[in-house]
Design a protein around this ligand. Structure first.
Ligand code: ADP
Ligand code: ZN
Ligand code: ZN
Length: 731
């Protein structure tokens, strides 16, 4: 008798399987990866079969049987992967498994409401033909149905529209043997963005050919061919074209592929190109699809009907058959790391999955991460496809600027006016949305802070409100100071709204479009703003980092970043890396057309290595230097980091818990690891916060120690008001 080991799908950290069930005869097909509903004490729970065994430690009469098996399940390979993620990122088996199950599976006693959609299809039978020919007695609807079916099979929906027949009509005809019906599945296909991708294959450049050849050699398992590769290509060097060729090579060899992109909304051009080139073999998985669409796309991949999946980080778990290739496009992008539990990094999961399956891993970017630079063999695409030079980057030192002249330097204004005179386009980026980040009373110095968080409220002119960027708090913008009644309030600093206003005033009549999470909040707004910018003969696009990503406008001759060191001021070891990528990516948006282009970088830190190297388009120089710095400071890739985040409403309770956790960790951590903190963080949503950081060489040992300590604390009732989260490999 077969025993099913079932891991319950639950959100409770304490409930941990697997539990044994008897497999009834009728469930022969149930195996590893199947989703089953099982009795669990007085309850019913969903669970995943993680193992099929011959015997249980419990006597057979003590074992229950599953109540039912759900329509679709994961594969054994995906079950292993989900459980690996759970271990690797200090999470629970249930949360790891949820990542690999069909979309909409659910947890607990709930369960999937999404199913395959079917329709009834009807076909005429010889008896039906005869009935028409012999003028047998038939109702008028019945006759009309038979006549329609003479031309070929139809669905009940089509018949209802054409004739007005209902199911009862069909049932009666079927009862008389005049037609036959069957139920067939219908695909709910994701709608297309409207952007049309080019289906033609360009003649690849020699360096593109070389990169594809290296990937093909890896696919073919040629001796000595590395199976993990870094495709380092400047912006516009034709990386996407290389991915497409590699994906086609995988398909020709009967293998599937996954292409990860940072955020699907930011990559409509790339998605359209994949769709146009791959046709039916293409599937897309992301959260903007309806539940039914996602489920159907997932099943098309699971069945092998589609062989290529494009999607954001969660697509790394796509059930692609015979997976041969995983591409991580823009591999430097922070969105590959999941913020919530499990805090997995899709780049690390891609690597693990590729290693387990003998698939090829390709990470591509213009601005590689130091980790990838150090660890992966490189393929270089050093020039733009169109043969144009990278645009010159001009650093503007804001330390010497007169603060009264505002956030846009005179040199930047001059360049913008040249763009207007030439009838061209410019992109202007600033790292903050809203109008102004500080509101203070000029008479008494009163300052507007968020009541729930230790941060300033940001003035949003457009909505007329003060908004907190860390919680949901917002309040009407004041006319007067609540302390002294003065009406002279000062709005200091600048955000996207202020820049938009300044540009519109000075550059009139050139249109100014703003792109940030406020203007892009509405569904489809992001693509609309970009489309409008594309159509206008001459315009300025101003916004946050969104303006630096994933698009290609040849008429842009100037890109400017107003606060290049804003990201540098974050107390984070990745600040340098982020700043470099941001400046280099923005620079890549300029000068893609005939008119060439330039880049202006306003900064208070013109000598910062990240900014200097980005200004010279010198990735190699930056990365070598950055790696040396990280080695000295023992940061990744020269160590592994684990962060423990604690928060509570009461600071005394939090302090006690943080001290206790740190003490337990010091005792439990493997030798050679270093514990920093607990360090206070600013309060958010009325919760005080503390952070503990561990640097270690022994990753597995650290994760195990952290798991034991944290689980013991989570079970400790005196700490029930303290939230404890673990972030392995924080970004
Ligand atoms: P990247 O991903 O490196 O930014 P893309 O692959 O998007 O670059 O290529 C930039 C543009 O150049 C695209 O419009 C693409 O169709 C075109 N392109 C790429 N390779 C070639 C080639 N070999 N010949 C002509 N055009 C190409
Ligand atoms: Zn005042
Ligand atoms: Zn707040």
């Amino acid at each position: 008798m077969a025993i099913l080991r079932v891991e319950p799908l639950t959100t409770a950290r304490a409930l941990r399987g697997p539990f044994d069930y008897r497999r009834p005869e009728a469930m022969e097909a149930v195996g590893v990866g199947s989703v089953v509903r099982v009795p669990f004490g007085p309850r019913r729970l969903l669970g995943v079969v993680v193992e099929v065994a011959d015997a249980s430690e419990l006597p057979p009469e003590r074992l229950a049987e599953p109540i039912e098996a759900l329509e679709a399940g994961a594969t054994p390979e995906l079950v292993r992967l989900g459980l690996w993620v759970a271990r690797e990122y200090c999470s629970t088996p249930s949360r790891g498994l949820q990542l690999v199950l069909p979309p909409g599976t659910g947890t607990g006693s709930g369960g999937r409401t999404t199913r395959a959609k079917t329709e009834l299809r009807a076909e005429i039978q010889p008896a039906g033909e005869a009935a028409l020919d012999n003028g047998e007695r038939l109702g008028s609807k019945q006759r009309a149905v038979l006549e329609a079916l003479r031309a070929g099979e139809m669905s009940s929906g089509e018949l209802a529209t054409a004739i007005g027949s209902d199911r009862a009509t069909l049932r009666r005809l079927e009862g008389r043997g005049l037609i036959a019906t069957r139920s067939a599945s219908v695909r709910r296909a994701p709608s297309e963005s409207g952007l049309r991708g080019d289906a033609d294959r360009p003649q690849l450049l020699p360096e593109q050919e070389e990169a594809v050849a290296a990937m093909v050699a890896a696919l073919d398992g040629e001796a000595g061919a590395p199976t993990k590769l870094l495709l380092h290509g400047v912006t516009g060097s034709g990386k996407t074209e290389v991915y497409l060729a590699a994906v086609e090579a995988a398909l020709e060899r009967g293998r599937g592929a996954i292409v990860l992109v940072p955020e699907i909304g930011l990559a409509p051009q790339a998605v359209a190109r994949f769709r146009a080139r791959l046709g039916d073999r293409f599937a897309v998985l992301h959260s903007a699809l309806s539940a039914g669409e996602r489920y159907d796309e997932w099943r098309r991949l699971r069945s092998g009907e589609a062989g290529v999946c494009v999607g954001p980080r969660s697509a790394v778990f796509a059930p692609v058959r015979d997976l041969g290739l995983i591409v991580v496009d823009e591999e430097h992008d922070p969105s590959y790391k999941q913020e919530g539990d499990p805090t997995y990094d899709a780049r690390a999961v891609a690597r693990k999955r590729a290693e387990d399956l003998g698939a090829v891993l390709v990470a591509g970017t213009a601005t590689p991460r130091p980790e990838s630079w150090l660890e992966l063999p490189r393929l270089e695409l050093p020039r733009r496809v169109d043969g144009r030079r990278m645009p010159p980057v001009h650093l503007v030192d804001m330390r010497e600027a007169d603060p009264r002249s505002g956030p846009i330097h005179a040199e930047t204004w001059e360049a913008l006016e040249d763009v207007r005179a030439a009838g061209a386009k410019a992109i202007v980026m600033i790292n903050r949305r809203g109008f102004a980040p500080w509101l203070t009373c000029r008479s008494c110095g009163h300052h507007w802070d968020c009541p729930n968080c230790d941060v300033s409220l940001i003035v949003h002119r457009h909505s007329g409100r003060l908004v907190c960027h860390h919680c949901a708090h917002s309040e009407g913008a004041p006319r007067a100071c609540p302390e002294c009644g003065s009406t002279t309030l000062s709005q200091a600093g600048a955000g996207t709204e202020r820049i938009e206003q300044l540009l519109a005033e000075r550059l009139d009549p050139m249109p100014v479009l703003r792109l940030d999470s406020d203007t892009a909040a509405e569904r489809g707004a992001h693509a609309r703003i970009l489309a409008r910018f594309d159509e206008l003969p001459s315009a300025v696009l101003v916004g946050t980092q969104m303006v630096a990503k994933g698009h290609d406008f040849p008429e842009v001759t100037l890109s400017a970043i107003l606060d290049a060191d804003a990201t540098l001021r974050f107390p984070d070891f990745r600040a340098e890396e982020r700043t470099f990528a941001m400046v280099a990516q923005l620079a890549g948006r300029s000068g893609r057309g005939e008119a060439g282009g330039e880049v202006i970088v306003q900064t208070l830190a013109p000598n910062a290595p990240s900014i200097e190297h980005a200004a010279r388009h010198d990735s190699a120089g930056f990365l070598e230097r950055e790696l040396t710095r990280r080695e000295v400071l023992r940061y990744p890739p020269f160590s592994h980091l684990t962060r423990i985040n604690l928060s509570a409403e009461r600071e005394d309770k939090l302090e006690a818990a943080a001290t206790a956790v740190a003490g337990d960790l010091r005792r439990a951590l493997p030798k050679g690891s270093e514990l920093l903190g607990p360090a206070p963080m600013f309060r958010v949503r009325n919760r005080h916060r503390r952070r503990i950081l561990i640097k270690a060489e022994d990753r597995a040992g650290t994760v195990n120690a952290v798991r034991d300590v944290v689980e013991a604390k989570v079970g400790d009732r005196s700490l029930k008001d303290v939230a404890i989260g673990v972030d392995v490999d924080p970004q």
